[in-house]
Structure formats: C-alpha cells, structure tokens
Design a protein around this ligand. Structure first.
Ligand code: KIV
Length: 271
C-alpha cells in the first residue's frame, strides 16, 4: 500500500517514507481558512503558509514587507482548517537572518500562536546556526535554496539561479549542509532541472521543487498563480490549472447587473 493512501496526518516522518518509496509529494501555498480547507479536503500533502502572502494577499511587490504578526494571522487561519496536511510557515524577512536566538524566538511564536508543525527559512550556510538552534527546541525546519525571494535586492532579478558552475557547486554544498544541520526537507526554486535532480539524489531528505524540473521528490506552486487568480505572473514553470480570475470577474459582473436591473433579490430570496 502506498504511504499516501494510509496517511491520516502527514508528518515529516511520512514525507521521508514517501521519498524512500519514490512517491511524489504535492505542496501548495495557502493563507486563509477557506482555501486551506479545500486543499486539505483534496488531500494535499503540505500546505505552505508562504511569505508570498506579501505579494498575493497584501499586494506588495516583494516578500520583504510582511511581518511576523501578519504571518501568524495567516498561519493560524490555515491551521484551523487543516486536519491532514503538514502545515509549514515561512519565517518572514528580518526575523531570523544573522541572529539564531531571534530565529528561535520567531519560530517559537509561530509554533505557539498558530499550531503549525514546521517553519521554513531561506538560505544555505549562513542560516545553519539558526537551523540548529530552532531544531534544538524540537521545531522541524524546511530549507529553501536557489531563487530565494527575500534576497531579491541582492540578486537584482528573478532569473534562473545557479546556471554557472560556481553557484551550482555552492548550492549543492548548501543543500548538504542543511541536511546535516537537520532540515527535514528543502525547497529548490528556479534552478536548472539537471542540478535540482543531482541535489535530490545527493540528500536523503525530500526535495520540493518550484521551477526546478521533474527530478525532485515533489512540487510546490503558489495557489493564486496555479488557480489563475493572479494573471500578471506567468513564468515558464507555472502551469495554470484554472482561470479563476475570469470566472470570479464574470460572477461579480453578473451580480452587479442583477442589482442594477432589480433582478436580485427576487421574491424567493427575501423574508
Ligand atoms: O512564499 C512562498 O510561496 C514560497 C514558495 C514559492 C516556495 O516560498
């Protein structure tokens, strides 16, 4: 029997077993109760309360402005909806970098105030101390390498990372350092598929890709992008499974029309 079919609650242990058995892991972002409930009913394995909430929920151009309080609000809403999926919460920019004690304090707030099961942070060797300190409190940590959006002002652009040998070598080393430090999984964002596959084969922990090809142990997408709510963002790696933008706009236009033409409410829709 597959690990997937026998699971009541997805844990980091379950994800490890899925990697061992070669079963692919499906992960999506969510930021609120209603969507999280649908994702969980559909049996998504991991829900990431991503700091992409800064873009898709709050309308900022980058992930930098979102605060720890904002992330806790979103994560607590998601956790209230979820029975099965593992819920992972992004540590937002400025709450862990360069200070492992602050990283632990931020993670403890997330765990205490949301009920989530893990945190995620961006970076390689520079966050190893933070990973170890967070883990010392028994909090599972997911890593994130490649295009790390919190460092966008250092990169200067959202183009594919690690195409050059030097950066690819560094990324491979970072993945191994994160595994050694105790991360239970790693996200690889927007790197060449061949490199992502090599990283996936070189570590025992699950590797989840976004724009990293088919050779990783699982995939993640931003919910609003894959549902077609957000129409402005169309990188090559994004598959749109729906065009909710147009569907919702059509429904709203129909409602406006009905109100303006006195078609809503009708006799049956009143007391
Ligand atoms: O914040 C986010 O949504 C993410 C995913 C893109 C992996 O980190």
């Amino acid at each position: 029997m597959s690990v997937f079919n026998s699971v009541r609650k997805v844990t980091t242990h379950v994800l490890n077993e899925m990697k061992l058995k070669g079963e692919k892991i499906a992960m999506l972002t969510a930021y609120d109760y209603s969507f999280a409930r649908i994702l969980d009913e559909a049996e998504i394995d991991i829900i990431l309360v991503g700091d992409s909430a800064s873009n898709v929920m709050a309308g900022y151009a980058t992930t930098l402005p979102i605060t720890l309080d904002n992330m806790i609000y979103h994560a607590a809403s998601v956790v209230r909806a979820v029975k099965r999926a593992l819920v992972v919460v992004d540590l937002p920019f400025g709450t862990y970098q360069g200070n492992s004690r602050e990283a632990l304090a931020s993670s403890i707030r997330i765990m205490k105030e949301t009920g989530a099961q893990a945190v995620k942070l961006e970076g390689g060797r520079q966050v190893v101390e933070s990973v170890e300190r967070i883990l010392s409190a028994g909090i599972p940590v997911m890593g994130h390498l490649g295009l790390t959006p919190q460092a966008i002002h250092k990169f200067g652009t959202y183009v594919v990372r690690a195409k050059e040998t030097e950066e690819a070598k560094r990324l491979m080393e970072d993945a191994q350092l994160l595994e050694k430090a105790g991360c239970f999984a790693i996200v690889l964002e927007k790197i060449p598929a061949k490199l992502a596959e090599e990283v996936t084969l070189s570590v025992r922990i699950p590797v989840i890709g976004i724009g990293a090809g088919a050779g990783t142990d699982g995939q993640v997408l931003v919910l609003h992008d894959m549902l077609g709510i957000n129409q402005e963002f169309s990188p090559r790696f994004l598959r749109r499974y729906h065009n909710l933008h147009d569907e919702i706009k059509g429904a709203v236009s129909a409602y406006i029309n009905d109100v303006r033409n006195r078609q809503f409410p009708n006799e049956k829709e009143q007391y």
